[in-house]
Design a protein around this ligand. Structure first.
Ligand SMILES: Nc1ncnc2c1ncn2[C@@H]1O[C@H](CN(CCC[C@H]2CNCc3c2ccc(Cl)c3Cl)CC[C@H](N)C(=O)O)[C@@H](O)[C@H]1O
Length: 292
């Protein structure tokens, strides 16, 4: 493959983090260079900078997408109805924000991702290594909206203690983990994964069936995902996404045998359309796998 040209914005993001320069502009993949597409070039640090620092991770406004995502999860777990031994998170990426409310209700959290670079990023956070991404603003925000006055350091330690397995996964396989999960998970969580890895709606529907096979009958599924998105950037990587609308999501859930419990959607405001993707909106789904 042709070498990727090193243009100014493609320095390792870590360097930017060391210098208080303004946040680097989203790194556009050099369109003329074939092969800079696809997950082989996924850069976790660029990805985190694109999605999990301001303006998208601005906790001063409930209108912002990250507080909206955290509120969906906190409110859904607050009922206490969704609990058990094991929750599996599908396509965790290098992020743990999605686990912050879940970790109160499950003894074990299983994180998964397709890429070793993302699994390593998660391990670095679990080990509390210097240079790991700082999730403390997210943890503080979740403690605030959960309203139990829990010190954020306690939640951080609880999640670290329960995040015991970080496994490879491929949602396009009938057994995404390579072998059936025994015992099946009591709950399934997946944020922005299935649509971001499926070339078309049929593949999205099949991936949903595949990941549903890891969930026990009666188990709960919580999904966050993008609506109307066709690509996103992660450093030199430019990843294709299948654009979904609300009916596509509802149809895929029904075809996969899920019962819909809650469906919410969020329109991405112009200020958050920063060029790192072309997302129109975000959906949140609480669904349940029927008892046999
Ligand atoms: N075959 C495969 N099987 C399984 N998993 C695979 C496969 N192939 C690749 N993956 C893995 O999926 C993960 C997808 N990943 C990025 C997309 C989200 C991104 C772009 N779309 C809009 C949007 C985003 C983020 C925030 C917001 Cl607000 C918006 Cl709007 C989700 C990470 C985490 N869950 C997150 O919530 O940020 C990635 O880590 C791959 O390594």
């Amino acid at each position: 493959p042709l070498p990727i040209p090193i243009h100014p914005h493609s320095l390792p993001v870590g360097l930017h983090r060391l210098h208080p320069f303004p946040r680097p502009a989203p790194q556009a993949a050099p369109p003329h260079v074939p092969g800079c597409w696809g997950y082989a070039r996924f850069d976790p640090h660029a990805y985190l900078q694109n999605n999990y620092v301001p303006p998208r991770a601005d906790f001063s406004s409930e209108e912002c997408v990250v507080p909206w995502k955290l509120r969906c999860l906190a409110e859904t777990f607050a009922s206490g109805e969704i609990c058990g031994r094991t929750l599996i998170d599908v396509g965790s990426g290098p992020t743990i924000y999605q686990l912050l409310s879940a970790c109160e209700h499950f003894e074990e959290i299983v994180a998964t991702d397709f890429l070793e670079v993302n699994r390593e990023e998660l391990r670095r956070w679990v080990r509390g290594e210097p240079g790991a991404f700082d999730w403390s603003p997210f943890i503080q925000h979740v403690c605030k909206i959960e309203g139990r006055g829990e010190p954020w350091q306690e939640k951080e330690q609880r999640l670290r203690g329960r995040l015991r397995r970080i496994l490879p996964i491929d949602v396009h396989r009938a057994d995404p983990l390579g072998a059936p999960l025994h015992p099946p998970a009591d709950a399934l969580l997946s944020t922005f994964c299935l649509e971001a890895v499926s070339p078309d709606r049929a593949a999205f529907g099949r991936a949903l069936v595949n990941v549903g096979s890891m969930l026990r009958p009666g188990g709960h599924a919580l999904l966050l995902g993008a609506l109307g998105e066709s690509f996103y950037l992660a450093g030199a990587a430019r990843l294709p996404v299948v654009p979904l609308d609300e009916d596509d999501v509802r149809g895929a859930l029904s075809d996969a045998g899920f019962t819909l419990r809650d469906f919410r959607s969020y329109a991405m405001p112009p200020a958050l359309r920063t060029g790192v993707d072309d997302v129109d909106g975000v959906f949140f789904v609480h669904a349940q796998k029927p008892l046999e």
